[in-house]
Design a binder for this molecule. Sequence first.
Ligand code: FNR
Length: 381
Amino acid sequence: LVQSKVYQQLEKNIIPVSYEELEAKAREHLEDKPFYYVAASAGAQSAADKNNRAFEKWQIVPRMLCDTSSRDLSVSLFGKKMEYPVLCAPIGVQSIIHPQGELASARAAAAMKIPFISSTASTYSLEKISEAYGEGEKWFQLYWSSDREVAGSMVRRADQAGYSAIVITLDTPMMAWREKDIEHAYLPFLEAKGIGNYLEDPVFCSRLEVSPQEDIKAAVLLWAKIFGNPSLTWKDLEYLRMQTNLPILLKGILHPEDARLAEEHGADGIIVSNHGGRQLDGVIPAIDALPDVVEAVGDRVPVLMDSGIRRGADIVKALSLGAKAVFIGRPYMYGLALAGEEGVKQVLRNILADFDLSMALSGKCSVAELNRGLLRGSSVR
Ligand code: FNR
């Protein structure tokens, strides 16, 4: 164990190590509205739990006597080396749970050498988040608004600010039926908490009659009006392709036929995700959708995944099923809620340490050695 790079960095935890206890502590710490905004699923509230439980259908069958004394967890994506096959998922409005919001999370991710994905719906502008992260891999996530010039402007700003890939989230053409938020009449974007990134967008601001400082309500209303775009089709991707030369990844693909369409339309990467169960009630768990998507595009398009990654073994399973990397979502939000930048750092450090040990105890020294042969089980069809 002392060989583990990550394990050696472990310091005393100021937050719970177990995911379940972390969530329970965040529940105690946060008011109802922000807690449920983070924790809840769409509709019947069960999709996030189903994501987590779906991992249990796959079991690791470890190999022995493999000399795992030295391990390399790095991967290469779009020609760049990443220390670990792990990124911080794009999560908007982070200031609702901590005043430093995305800035604290970005700093923590940078300290752990984990790429940070900045959300369109961030409290802070993408430029400020880029500055907080500093050098290194950071990606920008786009919610494609119904004003396509605003979407184009965001992508160009991200390119300028040093982001190295664009993630387009496809599963949110509109906000879902989120019962807790509806019950609480909670819209975290109100009071500009979630639209800081828009307020620094020149095209968005050009659509306002007066500056946001003079009439923030008008800015929020415009934001709500143009937030999503349910009329988009595959053909619309061409427009964004023309705005940037950065790799474009499509997030929210679950159907193998959509994976084929993504490839046909020039996507550089695919993210199998159901948005942590926050969008569609009754949706297939992401880990169950992963094998068919990987099969559909083979090695031609890198497939990443999120929705339900909680521990190191989950990462081993996702990579063995063909994901090139995974995103961490809610766990780092709870770390942020409880202890700001240090909390996020500890969550990430713990997950990496657990992943490193899970690799070693599976008899594997590198990510390239992970494949379906390590697992028993089957996806639900
Ligand atoms: C999200 N997610 C998300 N996705 C995205 O593309 N843009 C965004 O702004 C957000 N915002 C957001 C807010 C909150 C509070 C959560 C929990 C999630 C989805 C996110 O990127 C990721 O897909 C999920 O978090 C994965 O599920 P788990 O592992 O967190 O359950």
